[in-house]
Design a protein around this ligand. Structure first.
Ligand code: NAD
Length: 308
């Protein structure tokens, strides 16, 4: 029988692409429940799903920030979820002093507690059936901090700690956890962030910090998306591989071109190498903006940590 896959955040980006790809599986291994907060945005998904709509793909309402919405959605499918994909998420960038606590809590409610809510809802059924797979779209920012992404990175670190802990218990129930960690992905995600930033004033932030944010960080970030950004299709291929694996990995990075940066943290457990190198890339190396990660070959990084 096909496995029921429930995906959050399918109105755009990675969630939409994943839903469509799984629904078109040539071996028809999946029955996809593609969910979104606002059903008014379902047209793009339905058009992309084509003849799979109503067959291997159904669309359902789900706001990961609402207990009632989660309960309602799961009652419609009798709570029988074989694969849960926690994809819904949002970003937040900017100098900390200028961001409200409410905005930060909203990020945690969506990115972290949104996943926790869904897991609490599907876990009893998975445990009873002694099978299941929980996939979480984390980020390389779940592994390492990035300047002016303090709160977003914290929400992804929270997911990493939560699901690594849970993975140990769930192994006993034959339930697998996989954290997928993309680098930059070219979706609406970046545009939504830039739109927020263009109107935000970041009250209470000193001019020097604002200058670093607007004149160093934002151009560097744009350049990073341009130089090493992946298409959602490439990320989706990595997720599909994880879902169809018989022994799913706990962690899977999707972007080899980003790995020079994640390697810095693995090779030096004190953390200084990562912090000092990324500081230097942003504040000292003039070639970063033009060359992105190729900067690694210009001497910014000590030879011994350059990736082979
Ligand atoms: P996206 O903005 O296209 O997709 C995010 C989706 O989540 C949207 O459809 C949005 O409506 C939905 N969402 C937000 N709040 C929700 C809520 N309360 N309930 C239900 N749905 C909600 O961007 P994307 O790039 O496809 O992002 C998908 C995931 O990938 C996110 O978790 C994001 O953090 C992660 N990610 C993105 C990037 C990137 O650079 N784009 C990199 C690493 C990880």
């Amino acid at each position: 029988a096909p496995r029921t896959v429930l995906i959050s955040g399918c109105s755009s980006g990675i969630g939409l692409e994943l839903a469509v790809q799984l629904a078109h599986d040539p071996k028809k291994r999946y029955q996809v429940v593609a969910t979104m907060r606002d059903l008014g945005k379902k047209e793009t998904l339905e058009a992309a799903a084509g003849e799979a709509l109503g067959q291997t793909l159904t669309v359902a309402q789900l706001d990961v920030c609402s207990d009632e919405s989660v309960a309602q959605c799961l009652s419609c499918i009798q709570g029988e979820v074989d694969v849960l994909v926690n994809n819904a998420g949002m970003g937040l960038v900017g100098p900390l002093e200028g961001l409200s606590l409410a905005a930060m809590q909203n990020v945690f409610d969506t990115n972290f507690f949104g996943a926790v809510r869904l897991v609490k809802a599907v876990l009893p059924g998975m445990k009873r059936r002694r099978q299941g797979h929980i996939v979480v779209i984390s980020s390389v920012m779940g592994l390492q901090g990035v300047i002016f992404n303090d709160v977003y990175a914290a929400s992804k670190f929270a997911l990493e700690g939560f699901f690594e802990s849970l993975a140990i218990q769930l192994l006993q129930f034959n339930i697998f956890i996989s954290l997928v960690e993309p680098g930059p992905v070219v979706t609406e995600f970046e545009g939504k962030l830039l739109a927020q930033v263009s109107t935000a004033e970041f009250p209470g932030t000193d001019p020097e910090t604002l200058h670093y944010f607007r004149d160093l960080y934002l151009p560097a970030s744009r350049e990073l998306f341009r130089s090493v950004g992946q298409n959602p299709q490439d990320v989706v291929q990595a997720i599909v591989n994880v879902i169809s694996s018989t022994r799913p990995p706990l962690r899977r990075q999707t972007n080899i071109r980003y790995s020079p940066l994640t390697t810095l943290k693995t090779v030096d457990s004190s953390g200084s190498l990562y912090v000092r190198t990324t500081h230097r890339l942003l504040f000292r190396c003039p070639r970063l903006l033009n060359l992105g990660l190729q900067c690694l070959s210009c001497g910014c990084l000590p030879m011994r940590v350059r990736p082979r």
